[in-house]
Each structure stands twice: as structure tokens, then as C-alpha cells.
Design a protein around this ligand. Structure first.
Ligand SMILES: *[C@@H]1O[C@H](CO)[C@@H](O)[C@H](O)[C@H]1NC(C)=O
Ligand SMILES: *[C@@H]1O[C@H](CO)[C@@H](O)[C@H](O)[C@H]1NC(C)=O
Ligand SMILES: *[C@@H]1O[C@H](CO)[C@@H](O)[C@H](O)[C@H]1NC(C)=O
Length: 971
């Protein structure tokens, strides 16, 4: 994640790109082919310039391949013409010998087929290091033990590993490159690796980093990857890897922002991740629809021509996939929510995206002016961008003080093909507080040859239906707009309110109108139809494409008003086939070529009538199932079984199958304080909870009276210790501590003189740190027995239990991150098919007393109504700031984790496919109490969304839910 830092008060930069002649900005390619090119202005694919607008998603954060299409369709519908994806090395490489690109969601190739089918380009970002707020930044755990050096450098030990991984990735992705007919147009080398210079100001080359980047480059070219290479710098000022800033080696083809290259924001803020102690539900209010409106347009004012919205769909941090700071949600307050629902932020994103899709002239503009002098009101700041070839211009207006809450009415001085004008001629443009608008002059209407000389309402979209062109304008309700349509002489109001002002000029017709809740339709005598809607209506407008082309040409789209989503469209003979979503009864209105007489929506004909302005009007009937009805039909989570979750605390627990923790040396760069080495890495455990059992004797004169433990697990982690089954104490953790140390007095516990004594330490881990911190171990840094005499004493031996099988993959579908070493996890109690018939009955909401742990299980039959897309979540309520840690398992997937002591997230959406919507679902809940108060968690299943939909959430997902097999060897 990178925050492209734009302060809330958007400072007016004085950096004006001067108007250069054509030859001063040559078009570049990577020397291998001319399929993808670029220059100062924009990216070109097959010679075609465009505003490149991608949305980031991480397929491994939505481990249900059947749902990827849903996300991609939603992004396409919002006007995106591409996606960007990070790969996650560790997800594919459970150990140093296995690479898995086939099991379940490990096979990411369907993303490329979907992108191609839907018409989205792909920026592929396979790492090897990805960051992404993910466990180890995507570096596999086994790589972070020190055995492979410091990583992200030219060390041959590291090179051998990343190249083994990347060679396969290259092999798999190569057929999907645009040069081979696929959607991938860029390939990113490394990530947030701004290390080209030891000192960015003095430009002292960092030879090791340069060698690494060159090796990445050379190997990848050697494997036949021939699209441009890009980089993504952690901030602008490292200026690493740009040919515009250096020539010391390792430079990539296309860099974020540099003069001879397109202004490219590889990660523009789509939201923000939510740390453990962040607010429940994330921080959407700071990055809501208003934020989208202002900041997305500000990028246009900055002449940014390629933007990757990070994240467009965040998804989940299921199964220990996150790094320590973040909780189990990666919703990111993104336009498409973790639960796949869309709301106002998405809609506002769509208003921007659909406009930019038809703003073809923007792909080549100069920033020719910026000031407060453009407007009749000095509080309005305007940036003018102009296409030097067509003279089409974009005026981006906002309050000079961008957080302003003022409502300002003004007129704008614009330069058009018919001379200078102050627009509107009648009335005003309104800016309501924190808001921005992009107003256009000399705007071509598709390839019809017609154009708008100016418009003071924003354009939503344009569809060229061959016999007529439809332009949809929008503005907030109650505002006014005015346009000058070139070549028009007459206008007829076909629907909605009257025109407020109209005048004929030699160049065309000027009309002004009010914007209200009822759409207005104006028909001009030159075949142009203007549809005028307010913001809320615009939110329900869609412009699906009829072909799989990221360019989404105006003559290959139709317009649909009404539904909650249009996923795709196709015309065959006189039928328009639409797929989409809706819930309550909706009037639908469709603008399609006049050859279309019938409409099928989700494969069912809907009756339509032609309006007096040649659109088709019909009704989508109210859906039978609603959030309320589905909620009422859900079975209660009332019948639970329970078992002891921490039998390992007992003195006589049989740990003979555990791994001896007996290493006396370590390759970790920072050795422990005491030996043996109690780093889980040493013993092949790299995810989730860890259990340590240390033995000591209490014979002789030096009888220990306390133990000092310093444990490391990452920000927010916790641990508890037991002596011979008795609770000694716990570290509750917090967001400031990666390690936690305590001296625990033995007090009431009787030590055995005649046999060994056992200390059990249970700790959770919060994932591995990113960057250099990935090498931080997880485990015990210092374990010292303290005797009355004050002299330290050693343990006689240690054992460790981690996830069953360690890095030897037990379950290829869910991979090695999903589980840790809890008793329930090692024995597979969380999996469907485990027999709990001899367990006791017990409710997690009743809970238990004492500093121990319990595992609860229930099986929930779901029979949800077919034909709907339904979004479900589990809600885990608990006493305020309770000292417990709980983990939720759904059909074996760890899909939620609460740490009430400082964490706030309680709602955990779970995808269909993980949940069987027409069958039994095994729910597991582990509650680990870190003090004597014990633990209780009230768990509810909640319905978040119900839509009639063409999306099939009743696909056969059985293969995603592997069943229990005997795991007693891991007890
Ligand atoms: C994997 O790691 C083990 C343990 O460090 C080592 O013995 C083995 O040679 C490695 N295998 C490969 C293919 O590097
Ligand atoms: C039109 O406005 C532009 C920008 O303010 C100015 O440079 C130009 O001189 C004006 N042209 C006329 C004919 O007034
Ligand atoms: C336009 O705005 C100006 C300045 O606020 C105001 O004086 C004028 O009345 C407005 N005109 C209309 C038609 O609203």
C-alpha cells in the first residue's frame, strides 16, 4: 500500500507543464514490440491512447474463484478499463520444494480469462515481494528464516528461490500477455523498492539493489515476458528506477511519475486499511463518496493519465494472510466492499469512471492554466487541460480551499472553438462545499462528428446508437446546467421539465435546464438526445458494453437506468440481453439501437414499451426475498458442542509427537537471548498460534520461584503461560508491542521434586512483518527460570506444536496460512465431517470461567433462495474489552478473529463457496481466555444484502471445503 499523499487542502501546484511540440515528447516502447507504448501524455495499446484506469484486487483475498467474475463485472460497470493484481508468493509456495498454481484459488489464471472476456486490461504485479499488508509482504515464511540471507537482493540463495517461483509464473502468464492476445499489458518488477540510490539526493548508486533489479529484468525477459516493465515506488522522492532520473542500471520501462512518461499513479488511495484498533467497519467516512468526487477529479487536474485505485476491492484477511498491523478485514473502505456489496462510494466512482471512458481527448492534454481567475468568483480554483490536436478542453473546478463548506455560484471563462465565452449565459454553475466538477468544451460525441461546444453540467456517459446519440448529463438535484450543441437548430422537450433558457447561435443551440428528481429528455434536430438526471438517478445509470473491449467505444454501449447493477449486455437480432441485479421493484429504461425490440433480463423476457423518445421502458418486479425475509429464514446458531481447547496445559499432556525445539544455533540474523532457539521458523511452523512446552526439574538447592519470558509475535499478539496446568499469567498485547515480556511468580503452584515440571506457553502470531522485518522471528526470545538465590536456571528441554504438518501441505486448497497450532486446529476439529458426537453441549454465549480455552462447534443447514446473490456475515459480540482471543472457522476456513482488548472488528463477511448456501455448514469457534474471568462470545449470522441476480452463488463449491481426515498424529 502506498498513500499518494495529497493533503486535504489540495495545494495548487505551480508546476505547469509547458506546451511542448509533438516532437519533444517521443513515443516510447520497450524495444521488443510496439503493442504497448507510452509518452509524456498517455499509455497506448496498439496505437490507441487512453486514460488507463485500473482497480486493484487480490484474488488470494477472495479464495473462491467462482466469485472473481462478480468483482470484475462490478469494476467494469463502474467504468474501469483494467485491474491490477498482486501475486502472493507465500500463498503459492508452502515450502521450498512445492509451487502450487492449481489447487482451488491458487490457480489464478481464470482472472486473465475473465479480464479478457469482460474487457479489462491487467497490470500484473507478481512481486516477488508484494507488501500488500500481507504476511511477510508475500515472502513465504520458510524464506524468512535467515537461511536465504537478507532477501530482496542479488544473494544467489535468494535468487535461486524467487527465480524458481517467477519462472513458473512467467510460464503461466505469458499466454495472457497482450502481445499474445491476452489482457496483460504491464508487468511490475518488485514493489515499493525505492532502493536505487544509497542517497537519492546525491544519486549514489546502490549496486546491490541495481543488480537485483537487473536480474529480475533479465531473467523475466529471458522467459519471454515482453510487455513493459513498471515499478511502484513507496514515495515519489526516492525517484528510483526511472529512465528520466537516472541511468545507473535497473531502470524500468515505465515509471510512476516522470516527464517523458505518462503521469501514472500506481497506487492511488482507494481507501485505507483498518488496523486492529481502528474503528469497526473501517474509516469510510473519511474516504466516502465526497472524497471520491474531489480527489479523483483532482488527479485529472494534475494531468494524471493512468491511475490504479488501491484498493478497488479489498476483500478479507482470512486465515493469517495479513501482516501484524491489520485485522482480518481488508475491506479498505474500497468502492466494492469486502462483502461484495456496492454503495454510494462505488456509485460516485462510477460517475467519474463512465465519464472518463468517453473523455477520449483527455488521453492527450497539456495543462495550460490554473488559477482562480477563470471564474467570476475568486473562491473557485480552476485547472484547464487542453488537447493540442483537437482543442477539446477540460476545466476542473473546485473551491480554492478544497474542504470549504460554502455553496458558491459562479460563471466560468472558457476558450472554445467559437471564441471565448463566459458560461453559462443564463444562471450559474454551483459548487456545493467539498466538491469538484469537470466541465468540458469542444467535446466530441463519440465518433459521430458531432460535438458539444460546452456544457456546465457534467457528462455521465455517451452512447452512439447509430441513428441517434444519447448524452447523459448529471448534476446534484436542484442545480442547473447549460450546453451549446454544435449544429443544432431546434430542440424539443420530450420528458421532464421545461427548458429555462434557449438561444440560437450561428454555431448551434444553447439550452439551459434545471436538474431535478425527474429525468429530463431533450431531443435536438441533429440526432442528439440529452438525458438530464440528478446525482441519485445517475447512481442508477449503467452503460454496459456490447463487446469485450477495454476501450468500450460509444457505438458499442447501451444505456440502462434503474437496476442496482448491470453486469453485461449483448444484442442478438432484435433482442437485448442484460444480466444484472436488483432488489425492490424498479422501473427500467433502456436506450439501445432502434433495431432492439425485446429485452431479456437475467434470461427472462421483460415487457417493454417504446417511449416517445425511443427508449424502452419496463419494470423489474419486486424480488420476493429481502434482507428481512432471508434473515428470518436463517437457522439460529443455538446448538453447540464444546470441548477443552487447551489440554496441553496439563502436566501429563502427551507431547511425544511434538517437534523437539533443540536447535543450539540459528541462521536468524538476531540470535535469541537464551538457548535452545525457540523460534518457530527453526522448526518449520510459520502461521497462527504456537504452543511451547518447556521442562525443568526442581531438585537440588536452586529451586526456581519464577520464570521470565520474552515472547515475540508481532504487533497486537498475546500469550499465556501455565505451570503444571496452573495459570501463571498472560500478556494481553497492544498495538505498540511486537514483543511482550513478563516475570511470572510460581506462587501457589506446587513444584514437583520427583518428576519434571512443565511450563506451557501459548502465543498467537500476527503474521510476519513486511520488508526487512520479515526476518523477525516468532517464538520465545528469552526463557529463564529464576531461583530464590537469584541465579538463572535453564530449562532441560523444549517442544513446539504449530500448524499440523507444518509447511508440508496437508490441505492444498486452503494452503498453509489458514491454520495454526491450536489443539482444535491440529486435530481438525474446525473441519467439516469431524465427529463431535461425544462432546458436551455448550453455548459460546454462555462461555466459561477461568483462564483456559474452549472450542465450540455447530453445524448450520442453509437453504437460501435461489436466483439471488446473498451476502452473509458472522457477528461476534463479546463483553467490552474482554481479555480473550477468539477465532471463527467456517467449513474449515479461519474467517474471523477478535481481540476485544483493543480490537474493534466484530463483523466478518463470509463468501458463498466458503459457505454452502444449500447444505450443511460447519462453524467452529475457538475462545482463548487470557484471564480468570474466562470467555464468552455471542455469535450471530447476519444477512447483509439480498439481490435478484444473474450471479450464481449456488455453484458446486464442494471442492473448496475439504473434509476432516484423521489427524491424531499431530496431537
Ligand atoms: C529446502 O530446505 C531444506 C531445509 O533447509 C533443504 O535441506 C533443502 O535442500 C531445500 N530444498 C531446496 C529445493 O532448496
Ligand atoms: C481568450 O481567452 C484566452 C485565455 O484567457 C486568452 O489568452 C485569449 O487572448 C482570449 N482570446 C480573445 C480573442 O479574447
Ligand atoms: C448567479 O450567482 C450570482 C452570484 O452568487 C448571483 O448574484 C445571481 O443571482 C445568480 N444567478 C442566478 C440566475 O441564480
Amino acid at each position: 500500500m502506498k498513500w499518494t499523499s495529497l493533503s486535504h487542502w489540495l495545494a495548487a501546484t505551480s508546476l505547469l507543464s509547458s506546451v511542448h511540440g509533438q516532437n519533444e515528447w517521443p513515443v516510447h516502447d520497450n524495444g521488443l514490440n510496439e503493442v504497448v507504448q507510452w509518452d509524456h501524455y498517455s499509455v497506448l495499446v496498439n496505437g490507441q491512447r487512453f486514460f488507463f484506469w485500473t482497480g486493484e484486487l487480490h484474488q488470494w483475498r477472495i479464495p473462491v474463484p467462482e466469485l472473481w467474475e462478480d468483482i470484475l463485472q462490478k469494476l467494469k460497470a463502474a467504468g474501469f478499463n483494467g485491474i491490477a493484481i498482486y501475486e502472493h508468493w507465500g500463498w503459492h509456495a508452502p515450502n521450498n520444494e512445492t509451487l502450487d498454481f492449481t489447487s482451488g484459488a491458487h490457480n489464478f489464471l481464470p482472472i486473465f480469462d475473465l479480464a479478457k472476456k469482460i474487457g479489462l486490461y491487467v497490470v500484473y504485479r507478481p512481486g516477488p515481494y508484494s507488501n500488500a499488508e500481507s504476511n511477510g509482504g508475500g515472502l513465504p515464511g520458510w524464506l524468512t528464516t535467515g537461511e536465504y540471507g537478507a532477501l530482496r537482493d542479488p544473494d544467489p540463495r535468494y535468487t535461486a528461490e524467487w527465480s524458481r517461483y517467477w519462472e513458473q509464473v512467467a510460464d503461466l502468464v505469458k499466454p495472457h500477455l497482450v502481445t499474445n492476445g491476452g489482457p496483460v499489458i504491464m508487468w511490475q518488477l518488485e514493489n515499493e523498492y525505492g532502493h536505487q540510490f544509497l542517497d537519492p539526493d546525491l544519486k549514489t548508486p546502490n549496486q546491490s539493489a541495481i543488480d537485483y533489479m537487473e536480474t529480475l529484468n533479465d531473467y523475466t525477459r529471458g522467459w519471454g515476458i515482453d510487455v513493459p516493465f513498471t515499478a511502484n515506488n513507496p514515495n515519489m522522492w526516492t525517484r528510483a528506477w526511472s529512465k528520466d532520473y537516472s541511468n545507473v542500471g535497473g531502470e524500468v520501462d515505465m515509471y510512476d511519475i516522470s516527464p517523458t512518461q505518462p503521469s501514472f499513479l500506481m497506487e492511488f488511495q482507494g481507501g485505507a486499511y483498518n488496523p486492529w484498533d481502528g474503528p469497526a467497519g473501517g474509516c469510510l467516512e473519511n474516504m466516502d463518496a465526497t472524497w471520491v468526487n474531489l480527489f479523483f477529479r483532482h488527479n485529472i487536474a494534475q494531468k494524471v493519465v493512468a491511475v490504479n485505485v488501491y484498493m478497488a476491492y479489498g476483500g478479507t484477511n482470512w486465515g493469517n494472510i495479513a501482516y501484524p498491523s491489520v485485522g482480518t478485514s481488508y475491506d479498505y473502505s474500497a468502492p466494492v466492499h469486502e462483502n461484495r456489496l456496492i454503495g454510494d462510494k462505488y456509485s460516485e466512482t462510477k460517475l467519474f469512471g463512465l465519464f472518463m471512458r468517453v473523455a477520449r481527448d483527455y488521453a492527450k492534454v497539456n495543462r495550460v492554466g490554473l488559477s482562480t481567475a477563470y471564474s467570476t468568483d475568486p473562491s473557485i480554483f480552476t485547472t484547464e487541460l487542453r488537447n493540442p490536436d483537437t482543442n477539446g478542453a477540460f476545466y476542473v473546478v473546485r473551491h480554492d480551499y478544497s474542504p470549504s463548506k460554502e455553496i458558491t455560484q459562479f460563471r466560468l471563462h472558457v476558450t472554445t472553438s467559437i471564441g471565448n465565452q463566459t458560461v453559462p449565459q443564463h444562471g450559474n454553475i454551483t459548487l456545493n462545499g467539498t466538491e469538484s466538477k469537470i466541465l468540458v468544451t469542444d467535446f466530441p460525441i463519440g465518433s459521430s462528428g458531432k460535438k458539444l461546444v460546452y456544457s456546465t453540467a457534467e457528462i455521465l456517459t455517451i452512447s452512439d446508437l447509430h441513428d441517434r446519440q444519447v448524452i447523459v448529463f448529471w448534476a446534484p438535484s436542484g442545480e442547473t446546467g447549460e450546453l451549446l450543441l454544435k449544429g443544432a437548430k431546434e430542440v424539443e422537450v420530450k420528458s421532464g421539465q421545461d427548458i429555462t433558457f434557449q438561444t440560437s447561435t450561428p454555431d448551434g443551440l444553447v439550452v439551459a435546464f434545471n436538474v431535478g428528481e425527474t429525468p429530463g429528455v431533450l431531443e435536438f434536430d441533429n440526432g442528439v438526445q440529452a438525458v438530464i438526471v440528478d446525482r441519485q438517478t445517475a447512481y442508477r445509470f449503467w452503460a454496459p458494453t456490447l463487446e469485450s473491449n477495454p476501450f468500450a467505444w460509444e457505438n458499442q454501449t447501451v444505456i440502462v437506468n434503474g437496476p442496482d447493477l448491470i453486469r453485461d449486455a449483448k444484442i442478438e437480432e432484435d433482442v437485448l440481453y442484460l444480466h444484472g441485479d436488483w432488489s425492490i421493484q424498479r422501473d427500467v429504461e433502456i436506450w439501445a439501437p432502434s433495431t432492439v425490440k425485446k429485452v431479456h433480463f437475467n434470461d427472462k423476457e421483460i415487457k417493454v414499451e417504446e417511449t416517445n423518445y425511443n427508449s424502452l421502458a419496463g419494470v423489474l418486479e419486486e424480488a420476493e426475498a429481502t434482507i428481512e425475509s432471508v434473515q428470518a429464514s436463517l437457522p439460529g446458531l443455538t446448538e453447540w458442542k464444546v470441548a477443552d481447547g487447551l489440554p496441553e496445559a496439563a502436566l501429563d499432556y502427551d507431547d511425544s509427537r511434538w517437534t523437539d525445539a533443540d536447535h543450539m544455533t540459528t541462521s536468524h540474523p538476531v540470535p535469541p537471548d537464551t538457548y535452545p532457539v525457540l523460534f518457530a521458523d527453526e522448526y518449520g511452523y510459520q502461521a497462527g498460534n504456537l504452543l511451547w512446552r518447556g521442562r525443568f526439574d526442581a531438585t537440588g538447592t536452586e529451586v526456581p520461584s519464577a520464570v521470565y519470558l520474552r515472547v515475540i509475535g508481532g504487533l497486537g499478539f498475546g500469550w499465556s503461560a501455565y505451570l503444571n496446568g496452573n495459570f501463571l499469567g498472560a500478556w494481553q498485547g497492544g498495538m505498540k508491542n511486537k514483543t511482550g515480556d513478563l516475570t511470572l511468580e510460581f506462587r501457589n503452584t506446587t513444584l514437583h521434586k520427583d518428576q519434571e515440571n512443565v511450563i506451557l506457553v501459548i502465543q498467537d502470531t500476527m503474521g510476519k512483518e513486511q520488508r526487512e522485518g520479515a526476518l523477525d522471528p516468532r517464538g520465545i526470545l528469552n526463557a529463564t527460570l529464576i531461583t530464590a538465590a537469584g541465579s538463572p536456571k535453564n530449562f532441560t528441554s523444549w517442544k513446539i506444536a504449530g500448524n499440523a504438518g507444518g509447511n508440508h501441505l496437508l490441505d492444498p486448497i486452503k494452503g498453509t496460512y489458514n491454520e495454526g497450532g491450536l489443539h482444535a486446529e491440529r486435530l481438525g476439529w474446525h473441519l467439516p465431517g469431524f465427529d463431535d458426537s461425544n462432546w458436551e453441549l455448550g453455548q459460546p454465549s454462555d462461555g466459561f470461567k477461568g483462564a483456559t480455552a474452549r472450542f465450540y462447534r455447530t453445524v448450520v443447514p442453509l437453504h437460501l433462495p435461489k436466483g439471488y446473490d446473498i451476502s452473509l456475515a458472522f457477528e461476534l459480540n463479546h463483553p467490552t474489552r474482554a481479555k480473550l482471543r477468539a477465532q471463527l472457522y467456517v467449513n474449515g476456513y479461519q474467517f474471523g478473529r477478535i481481540i476485544p482488548f483493543f480490537g474493534n472488528q466484530i463483523e466478518f463477511p463470509v463468501f458463498p463457496g466458503i459457505l454452502d448456501y444449500d447444505g450443511d455448514n460447519t462453524i467452529g469457534l475457538s475462545i482463548w481466555a487470557l484471564d480468570e474471568a474466562g470467555g464468552a462470545v455471542d455469535i450471530q449470522l447476519k444477512v447483509l444484502g439480498v439481490h435478484r441476480s444473474s450471479l450464481d452463488v449456488f455453484f458446486d463449491g464442494e471442492y473448496l471445503r475439504p473434509k476432516w481426515t484423521d489427524r491424531s498424529e499431530y496431537a
